[in-house]
Write a protein that binds this ligand. Structure first.
Ligand SMILES: [Zn+2]
Length: 313
């Protein structure tokens, strides 16, 4: 119980700056603390709450230490952590680990900074889940380029990535999922997430033609070159996609299209925080989870509560 108490205090410090706030009536104060149960009773509305009430870890069934352990393993991994590995490290069921890791991804996405990017921004798209495995026999193989043979769950991740100081790669990365790379989606994202006066870099895909109406635009034709003589390139965005693909191939093995937004944003978070110390990332993740309301999509996941609509642009 001693370890549990320190875990509770660590979580409380990440959640509240000073005295706890009641999750029901929001009154901040020295609420009555029940030492044995590690619960507070609100002095205003008498509501009894724990340190996880009203957060992604609400109604937790396992010791708090275990959630902190999960957060630590999740934070320390470079390309994400598979649920199977998390289950083994923590000695919990696969189903528990699966839900836990998805809740952490969800908190990351809900809490992400969506303020417009500025300076120099690269915009690009990459397709996921589009691979069609060739049939065994040559006679049965189809022309995989034809529209009618495309997989229905094929999606594009569109990224907007602002550049850091020269030679330092990306500064901030925003990701979105769409059915295809088209002008409507590109215009919608650019208007909302790119500040006026920004220089936008994109490749030769016609979807990005719309950018020039609002921004100074620099284009690179990837059929010809990856970096133009004047320095124009989208290599920072391409670099992000490389890492996202490696996360898919090497760690998760499968990105369900339904949750592609969560995976893409997790990769973006890891990319943007790549130079921070692991202690900082752990503290940051703990704060994100404490600031996020109980998951609507992953609470009761194995009892049949699933996301039904994809989060598309
Ligand atoms: Zn209260």
């Amino acid at each position: 119980m001693h370890g549990e108490r320190s875990a509770c205090l660590l979580f409380a410090a990440a959640r509240w700056q000073g005295d706890p706030a009641c999750p029901r009536c929001e009154v901040v104060g020295k609420h009555y603390f029940h030492n044995g149960r590690l619960q507070w009773r609100c002095k205003a509305c008498r509501y009894v709450f724990s340190v996880t009430s009203g957060t992604v870890f609400a109604h937790h069934k396992l010791p708090l230490n275990l959630y902190l352990g999960a957060l630590l393993l999740f934070s320390n991994s470079v390309k994400g952590i598979p649920a199977l590995r998390l289950a083994r490290e923590l000695n919990v069921q696969y189903k528990t680990a699966f839900v836990l890791v998805h809740k952490m991804r969800e908190a990351m996405l809900i809490q992400r900074d969506e303020s417009p990017l500025d300076g120099e921004v690269e915009m690009d798209g990459a397709y996921f889940n589009g691979h069609i495995r060739p049939a065994n026999k040559k006679v049965n193989r189809i022309d995989r380029r034809k529209a009618k043979y495309q997989r229905p769950d094929k999606r594009v991740v569109i990224t907007l990535r602002s550049r850091g100081t020269k030679g330092c790669g990306g500064r901030r990365t925003l990701t979105f999922v769409a059915r295809s790379e088209n002008q409507i989606s590109v215009a919608k994202l650019a208007r909302k997430y790119i500040a006026p006066g920004t220089t936008v870099f994109a490749d030769e895909a016609p979807a990005y033609d719309v950018l020039s109406t609002h921004f100074v635009t620099r284009r690179i034709n990837h059929q010809e070159e990856y970096r133009a003589d004047d320095g124009t390139n989208t290599n920072t965005a391409e670099g992000f996609f490389l890492r996202l693909r490696r996360m898919q191939y090497g760690v998760s093995h499968h990105f369900s299209s339904m949750y592609l937004d969560l995976y893409a944003n997790e990769a973006a978070y890891r990319e943007d925080n790549r130079r921070r110390a692991n202690g900082t990332i752990f503290a940051q993740n703990l704060t994100l989870c404490a600031a996020t309301a109980p998951s609507r999509e992953f609470s009761g996941y194995w009892q049949g509560n699933h996301r039904v609509v994809e989060q598309l642009v």
